[in-house]
Design a protein around this ligand. Sequence first.
Ligand code: ATP
Ligand code: MG
Length: 243
Amino acid sequence: MTKLLAVENAHIAYGKVEAVRGATLDVNANEIVTIVGANGAGKTTLLNAIMGILPLTGSVIFSGQQISRLEIEDRVAAGLCIVPEHRELFGTMTVEENLQLGGFRVSRAKSATEQELVYALFPRLKERRTQLAGTLSGGEQQMLAMGRALMSQPRLLMLDEPSLGLAPLIVADIFRTIGELRQAGVSVLLVEQNARAALEIADRAYVMELGEFIMSGPAIEIRGDQRVVASYLGFQRGEEGKL
Ligand SMILES: Nc1ncnc2c1ncn2[C@@H]1O[C@H](COP(=O)(O)OP(=O)(O)OP(=O)(O)O)[C@@H](O)[C@H]1O
Ligand SMILES: [Mg+2]
């Protein structure tokens, strides 16, 4: 397997407070990897530092290149992209204008092709291409945020809480699309409160507690781990008697 992202011994601090301590993680090509952890564990902090929004000490190798000192724009150019928790769309611009902004660094021809791919992935966005982003539903806004990120043709898409505040049916839709990204050659690093859904689509998982990874492995194993079940999954319907 080809390593796409390799983070080694990352330390990230807010002033004197270390929020992430010695995190080591990798994502292979065509892989969906999830980070599971409670509120305040340091998941967002780690994604932001990988993107270059926050500084870190340690090593971040992406596609064989050390990127830990690169500016955000150069990381985007290298094929890294993040959909932040708050989506950060341009509310007074249309769906299509938001997408075009996401593709501004690729050529016009490539951008047009990419836009068609995004519309194929999210038909709803095509239907609403002239609608202002600020008037979209929460689920549509999440789709647009993902679509806009895909316009930069990333090789790794980092998603921070894509299901936040969305109704279960929409969540299922978003997760199905995350699964489809793999076929489009995009790897995914996913942070999710909905640990059950995340562990279902992920190949591998890391469990983060108080700024450190305490466990990692194939998602199917993490899903069955007693501590993970007790802390993050709760009881599954119909399984109360088994545990
Ligand atoms: N801008 C900031 N300044 C100071 N401390 C911060 C800042 N952002 C986050 N922290 C702290 O860093 C720690 C990790 O926060 P982070 O947002 O990365 O957690 P998280 O795992 O993403 O949590 P959640 O599931 O709630 O999104 C927390 O203790 C938080 O209070
Ligand atoms: Mg967070």
